[in-house]
Ligand binder design. Sequence first.
Ligand SMILES: C[S@@+](CC[C@H](N)C(=O)[O-])C[C@H]1O[C@@H](n2cnc3c(N)ncnc32)[C@H](O)[C@@H]1O
Length: 188
Amino acid sequence: MHPDQTKWDQRYRNAQSAGKPAAILEQYQQLLPAEGIALDFACGLGGNALLLAQHGLDTHAWDISPVAIQTLAEQALHSGLFIQSEVRDVDHQPPAASSFDVIVVSYFLDRRLFPALLQALKPQGLLFYQTFTQTLFQDIGPGRPEYRLKSNELLQQMTDLQVIAYHENYFPWRPELVDEACIIAKKI
Ligand SMILES: C[S@@+](CC[C@H](N)C(=O)[O-])C[C@H]1O[C@@H](n2cnc3c(N)ncnc32)[C@H](O)[C@@H]1O
């Protein structure tokens, strides 16, 4: 068993509320296409997936934690939404090339997966990405710096894409997100 699975299962067993969408997705949801296939990558409780499905997209949600996936499946059923949720180790089973119109990644960072994520976008596909930066104004998020973004790092990863929005350490509509970065980028 992957060591992350036990750790995350344990956390999700104690979850008190449903997943919430990332601020970048919530704020810019008007950019989502009216139809298409979307992925919430390393979805946890699937707050992004719930928003994507509510928007009308054919939504997939992958996470290594069976507890998270089961909780999301129950939440989707309760909300009358259909989400193809799957227990999946994204390190070993990344998405196939040109398979998604929208990919959302929040609070997950494995730099080795950036090439696969970018390749997995269909032409005109959108990537929404948000996670912690190495600036530590608040004591939340992973302690190890390798799990946090360097300054401008998301921009540097997206040089082959068209950047639509980028915020780092300042989200005008959520001033409390002072140690996070987010990007929306389009495959051209
Ligand atoms: C901080 S949580 C973020 C979850 C969700 N994206 C969110 O914004 O709430 C990180 C997630 O990555 C998942 N994860 C870690 N390693 C993984 C892997 N190799 N494959 C799939 N999911 C993984 C964990 O189970 C956990 O749900």
